[in-house]
Write a protein that binds this ligand. Sequence first.
Ligand code: DX5
Ligand code: ZN
Length: 221
Amino acid sequence: MSRIEIAPSVLPADFARLGEEVVDLEKAGVDRIHWDVMDGVFVPNISIGPDIIKSCRPHSTIHYEAHLMVARPDEMAPLYIDVGCETVMIHAEVSVHLHRSLDNIQKLGARSGVVLNPHTPANVVAHVLDVTDHILVMTVNPGFGGQAYIPLTEKISELKAMVVASGNDIDIEVDGGISAATIAECAAAGANVFVSGSALFKYDDRAAGVTELRSLAEAAR
Ligand code: DX5
Ligand code: ZN
């Protein structure tokens, strides 16, 4: 069974101290850093370019995952792999040749991820599981942190069943509105990686927050 991982989105971080925040999150015991990359075209917001990640990379060894909310993922994915993102996730909704795009990410040496917006059905990934290492289920509409959680446990369970049937080792991650109140149902449905932005940053003691979220997910499986 895939292990439970906590992956903070750094959108709520103090961007004036971003490097320090990433190191602090690593010390708090998170498993990955979830970089929300927004280009102002695919989503009405602009966030983190590759050079920002390049600056942070030498200061920690933690797994970096890039969530590319961009209109041209094939052009952008190599840039984020080059600056040290081990997992690069692209939206199915903007990928005309999704199988080729995911295969290219793997060929560049990174783990490939496909992202599904709340409206996108699970069967969109039915024919790309052979080139997919990671599925990201959006439980908010992309573009901003701090939004209200959209329950999609049926879709998570459907994806889990597809992954099990494929025999491939594919993580299922949920992203958006994940907190102590929502993580358990996502874990019970089959998710094993959990993005938490605003909820995790609300804890005064981040390590305690990571421990609480992880134990809630463990208990729900
Ligand atoms: C939204 C991003 C999410 C978001 C998570 O477009 O992909 O990663 O920042 O933040 P919270 O946990 O606050 O919903
Ligand atoms: Zn995200």
